[in-house]
Design a protein around this ligand. Structure first.
Ligand SMILES: Nc1nc2c(c(=O)[nH]1)N[C@H]1C(S)=C(S)[C@@H](COP(=O)(O)OP(=O)(O)OC[C@H]3O[C@@H](n4cnc5c(=O)[nH]c(N)nc54)[C@H](O)[C@@H]3O)O[C@H]1N2
Ligand SMILES: Nc1nc2c(c(=O)[nH]1)N[C@H]1C(S)=C(S)[C@@H](COP(=O)(O)OP(=O)(O)OC[C@H]3O[C@@H](n4cnc5c(=O)[nH]c(N)nc54)[C@H](O)[C@@H]3O)O[C@H]1N2
Ligand SMILES: [Mo]
Length: 764
C-alpha cells in the first residue's frame, strides 16, 4: 500500500516527473521498458492512433510526440496481464462486484467471450456463434425494437461505428446513447443553430497564427498533454494565453517539454498562461457576459472595436444581444462569476488587443445546466470581432475520446437528421426508424422503468461513467440481457442483467487480420482530420474479434436473410466498409484514396469557410441572461442554515475516465488516495472542521431521494469559497439523473449542490 499524503507540487507540468511516471506505468503493466517500441508507433502514418485523447497531431509523419498520458493509455492496452477464464472460475460475480474499479481493470486484458451462469454465479466461456445466437434470440423476441439500447463509447472506429448504426437502424431503433451525451453534446447543441456546424472550426495551423487563446474549463496538462506543446509555442512567440478555471491547474501555469533536450537538461520550463482567472464554478457565462459588456462599451467610446463588416454581412441578432448585455449589472456579474469588474474588463482588453483569437473549452463548460447558453455566449464573443472563419481564429471545443467526433459523424446519434435516414433508405432500400431514440440519461430511465430490456455496449463503462450510480445499477439489473464489447473487465460487467455476456475485442494497438490481410481503421480527431490507424502488436488473445467483425456477425445472426447489407463481405475487408461510408456521406468522397496519404484529410467545415448552414443562412448571435435559478441557487434557498457547496467532479492525472491507473494526482499534490475533496481553508473553518477531517457528502435535491458518497478527506486547497472539487467516478452517486443540461441532456457533473457532514463513524 502506497503512503497517502498531500504534498503540493511546485514544478512545471511535464518534465522529468512525466518521464519517471512513464517508466512506472510500463512496469505496472509488466511491460519491459527496453522493449517498449510499440508505444513509439502511436500517431505515426503506419502506426495506430493514440487511444488517449482527440487532440490532433502536428504532423503524422513526424517523430513520436511524447505524451505521458498517451503512453499510459497505450500501456493499459498493451499490458502483459490477462483476465482469462481462470479468473472467472476463481471468483463468483458477486465477489468480483466487491472489488474496486482499479482492481477490476488491473486484472488485464479479457481473453475469451464469457457468459453469465446464474446457477454458479460465475462467468464461463462461450463460443462466439453461441454468443451471437443468444443476443439475436433476445433482440428478435422483443415486441418492439425500441426496447433495445445500443450504447457507444468514443474509442470505436469509424468503420465499426458505421456498421453498428446501420445494423441497429435496420433492426429498427435510434436508441444510440453514447459517451458524447455526457461530454460535448452541449457544444454541438449550441453551435449547430448558431453557426451551422456542431464541431470546432479551427485546425492546428490556426494555433500558429492566434494572437490570443482563451481556455475555458479544461485541464490539458492531464487530459490533452499534447495541447501543451501548441500552447508553449504560442506563448514563446508572444501570444496571450488566458485561462478560466476555479482551480489553478499546473499544466496551465508552467510546462517543461520532455522533447526539448535543453529544457530538460537545465530543468527549465515555459510559462503557459499569461492571464489566469480563477472564477467560480459555473461562473463562465457571467464572466463572458462581462467581457462582452466591456467590448461594447469600448466600441461605443472608440468606434473600431467590433468587426462591423463581418457582423453586417454574416450575422443576425446583434441588436437583441447587445441590449441584454448592456442591461446586465456589474454587481450581479461579479457575484455570479466570482471575478471583479476590473478582471472581466482586463480579460476583455486582452481579447480586444488581439487580432486573431481562438476560444477552447472542455468539461468545465459542458457539464452544467446552462452549458449550451454558456457556449453560445463564448461563440458570441468570438463573433463580435469576426473571430470565426479566418486564419488564427475560431471555436475549439476540445473533445475527449479519440474518435468520439467520428462516431457522431458516422451516425451514432439518437436524434438523427432526416437527411441521414433518407440516405440510408436510398442506399440500402430499408425504411429506417424515424422517431428519435434515447440518450444516455433517458436510456437509464427506460431500463429502470422496464421500457427497455436489452442493453448492448460497444465499449465504455456505462455502470460507472453515468450519473446516479445506484439508479443506473438498478436499471442494468432489470434488463433481460446486458452485453459488453470490451478490452478489460470493468464495473459494467459485474452489475449485469438476468443474462449477460462479455465479448472481448481487439484494441486499436493490435494487428487486425481479416482473410489473411492486416486491416486498418479510421478515426476523426477534434479538428475534423480523418486518418488511418493500423495496429502493430500481436493480439492479447487468439480468441479476440475486431469490433467491425463483432458488429457484422451480430447483424448477420440477428437479421439473417432479411438484411439488405452484405455483412460477411464487409467484415473481411474494411476498405469495402469505407466504400459504403462514402455512399452514405458525400463528404467522404474518394475515402480510401484520400485516407491513404500520411496524415489523412480534413472534413469540410462550412463555418470555417463562412458558409452558414442555419435557417437564416447567417451566423446567429444568441442572447442569454445570467442564470440565477440553478440547482445551487435553489438549494441555498432551501437550506438557509447550512453551507451549500457547488461540487465539481474531475479527473486525476492517473486515470482515463473510469479506468484508474494509479492513486496519485501529481500536479494537484495528492498521493496514494482518491477519496479527497478540495475545499477553501476558510470554508473548513466555517464548517468548524479541520484540514484532513473525513466527511460524508450529500446532494441537495428536490425529489426526496437520498444521494450520498461517504468518507472523503478534506484537503485545504486554492479553490473559490463555496466550491468543492472531487474525483469522478467515485462521486457519480451524487449526480441526480434529473440534473441535466438544458437542450443537451448532459449530466451536470461539474455543478452538484451538496452539503458536508463529519463522517458518520466519527461523529460523537
Ligand atoms: N489522461 C486522460 N486523458 C483524457 C481523459 C482522462 O480521463 N484521462 N478523458 C478524456 C475525455 S473523455 C474527455 S471529455 C477529456 C476531458 O478533459 P477536461 O475537459 O479537461 O475534463 P476534466 O478533467 O473533467 O476537467 C475539467 C476542468 O474544468 C475545470 N472546471 C470545473 N468546473 C468549471 C467551471 O464551472 N468553469 C470553468 N471555467 N472551469 C471549470 C476543472 O477545474 C478542470 O480543470 O479528456 C480526455 N482525455
Ligand atoms: N461525474 C462525472 N461523470 C462523468 C464525467 C465527469 O467529468 N464527471 N465525464 C463524462 C465523460 S466526458 C465521458 S466521455 C464518459 C466516459 O464514459 P465511457 O466512455 O463509457 O467510459 P470509459 O471509462 O472511457 O470506458 C472504459 C472502458 O472501455 C473499454 N475499452 C477500452 N478500449 C476499448 C476498445 O478499444 N474497444 C472496446 N470495445 N472497449 C474498450 C474498457 O473495457 C474500459 O473498461 O464519462 C462521463 N462521466
Ligand atoms: Mo468525454
Amino acid at each position: 500500500m502506497k503512503e497517502e499524503k498531500i504534498a503540493f507540487y511546485k514544478g512545471p507540468a511535464g518534465g522529468w516527473g512525466a518521464l519517471n511516471s512513464v517508466k512506472n506505468a510500463l512496469l505496472r503493466q509488466d511491460i519491459p521498458v527496453k522493449g517498449a517500441k510499440t508505444l513509439l508507433a502511436a500517431n505515426q502514418p503506419d502506426g495506430f492512433d493514440c487511444p488517449g485523447c482527440a487532440w490532433p497531431d502536428r504532423n503524422h509523419a513526424s517523430t513520436f510526440e511524447f505524451c505521458e498520458n498517451g503512453v499510459k493509455a497505450v500501456a493499459a492496452e498493451a499490458t502483459a496481464r490477462r483476465a482469462g477464464p481462470e479468473l472467472f472460475a476463481r471468483h463468483k460475480v458477486s465477489e468480483l462486484a466487491q472489488q474496486s474499479d482499479f482492481w477490476l481493470e488491473d486484472q488485464g486484458r479479457l481473453t475469451h467471450p464469457m457468459v453469465y451462469d446464474a446457477t454458479s454465479d460465475r462467468y464461463r466461456p462461450i463460443g462466439w456463434d453461441e454468443a451471437f445466437a443468444l443476443v439475436a434470440r433476445h433482440l428478435n423476441a422483443l415486441p418492439d425494437p425500441d426496447e433495445a439500447i445500443f450504447y457507444t463509447s468514443g474509442r470505436t472506429s469509424n468503420e465499426a461505428a458505421f456498421l453498428y448504426q446501420l445494423f441497429v437502424r435496420e433492426f429498427g431503433t435510434n436508441n444510440f446513447p453514447d459517451c458524447s451525451n455526457m461530454c460535448h453534446e452541449p457544444s454541438g447543441s449550441a453551435m449547430r443553430p448558431q453557426i451551422g456546424v456542431g464541431k470546432g472550426t479551427v485546425e492546428l495551423a490556426d494555433f500558429e497564427k492566434a494572437d490570443a487563446i482563451f481556455i475555458f474549463g479544461q485541464n490539458p496538462g492531464t487530459n490533452h498533454p499534447r495541447m501543451l506543446g501548441e500552447l508553449r509555442e504560442a506563448h514563446r512567440r508572444g501570444a496571450r494565453i488566458v485561462s478560466f478555471n476555479p482551480l489553478r491547474e499546473r499544466g496551465l501555469e508552467r510546462f517543461a517539454d520532455p522533447q526539448d533536450k535543453l529544457e530538460m537538461a537545465t530543468f527549465g520550463s515555459t510559462p503557459i498562461s499569461t492571464h489566469y482567472f480563477q472564477l467560480r464554478v459555473g461562473g463562465d457565462l457571467a464572466a463572458v457576459l462581462g467581457m462582452m459588456k466591456h467590448v461594447l462599451e469600448q466600441h461605443d467610446a472608440h468606434g473600431d472595436v467590433l468587426d462591423l463588416a463581418f457582423i453586417d454581412e454574416h450575422t443576425t441578432g446583434l441588436a437583441s444581444l447587445s441590449e441584454s448585455v448592456r442591461a446586465a449589472a456589474w454587481p450581479l456579474l461579479e457575484e455570479e462569476s466570482g471575478l471583479s469588474e476590473a478582471q472581466m474588463r482586463g480579460a476583455a482588453d486582452v481579447y480586444i488587443g488581439a487580432r486573431n483569437v481562438i476560444a477552447c473549452w472542455g468539461m468545465g463548460i459542458t457539464q452544467h445546466m446552462h452549458s449550451v447558453a454558456t457556449i453560445q455566449m463564448i461563440v458570441n464573443l468570438l463573433m463580435l470581432r469576426g473571430n470565426i472563419g479566418r486564419p488564427g481564429a475560431g471555436a475549439c471545443p476540445v473533445r475527449g475520446h479519440s474518435n468520439v467526433q467520428g462516431d457522431r459523424t458516422m451516425g451514432i446519434w439518437e436524434k438523427p437528421p432526416a437527411a441521414l435516414l433518407d440516405r440510408l433508405r436510398d442506399v440500402y432500400g430499408f425504411e429506417p426508424p424515424r422517431a428519435n431514440g434515447v440518450d444516455t440519461v433517458e436510456a437509464i430511465r427506460h431500463m429502470r422503468d422496464g421500457k427497455a430490456k436489452v442493453f448492448f455496449a460497444l465499449g465504455g463503462n456505462f455502470a460507472a461513467a453515468t450519473p446516479d450510480t445506484y439508479e443506473t445499477w438498478k436499471a442494468l439489473q432489470r434488463c433481460d440481457l446486458t452485453v459488453h464489447v470490451a478490452t478489460k473487465l470493468n464495473r459494467s460487467h459485474v452489475v449485469h442483467g438476468r443474462e449477460a455476456l462479455i465479448l472481448p475485442c481487439l484494441g486499436r494497438t493490435e494487428i487486425d487480420m481479416q482473410d489473411g490481410r492486416p486491416q486498418g481503421v479510421t478515426v476523426e480527431d477534434s479538428m475534423s482530420m480523418v486518418h488511418l490507424s493500423v495496429g502493430i502488436n500481436p493480439p492479447a488473445s487468439e480468441h479476440l474479434l475486431s469490433e467491425p467483425a463483432i458488429v457484422a456477425r451480430l447483424a448477420q445472426a440477428t437479421l439473417g436473410a432479411r438484411s439488405r447489407v452484405p455483412w460477411t463481405g464487409l467484415a473481411r475487408d474494411y476498405a469495402l466498409i469505407r466504400d459504403e461510408i462514402e455512399k452514405v456521406f458525400p463528404d467522404f468522397a474518394r475515402f480510401n484514396q484520400r485516407v491513404s496519404v500520411p496524415g489523412g484529410f480534413r472534413l469540410r467545415n462550412t463555418a470555417s469557410e463562412r458558409v452558414w448552414r442555419t435557417p437564416s443562412a447567417k451566423a446567429a448571435f444568441q442572447a442569454h441572461e445570467v442564470p440565477r435559478n440553478t440547482p445551487s441557487h435553489r438549494a441555498r434557498e432551501r437550506m438557509p442554515g447550512r453551507i451549500v457547496f457547488t461540487l465539481l467532479t474531475t479527473r486525476s492525472h492517473d486515470q482515463y475516465n473510469t479506468t484508474i491507473y494509479g492513486m496519485d494526482d501529481r500536479y494537484r499534490g495528492v498521493f496514494g488516495q482518491r477519496r479527497v475533496v478540495f475545499i477553501h481553508p476558510e470554508d473548513i473553518r466555517a464548517l468548524g472542521m479541520n484540514d484532513g477531517d473525513w466527511v460524508d457528502i450529500r446532494t441537495v435535491w428536490d425529489d426526496g431521494q437520498e444521494r450520498r458518497a461517504d468518507r472523503f478527506r478534506l484537503v485545504a486547497y486554492d479553490i473559490p469559497r463555496g466550491n468543492l472539487a472531487a474525483y469522478y467516478p467515485e462521486t457519480n452517486p451524487l449526480v441526480p439523473l434529473s440534473a441535466v443540461a438544458a437542450n443537451a441532456g448532459t449530466p451536470t457533473s461539474k455543478s452538484i449542490p451538496v452539503v458536508l457532514d463529519l463522517h458518520e463513524a466519527l461523529q460523537p
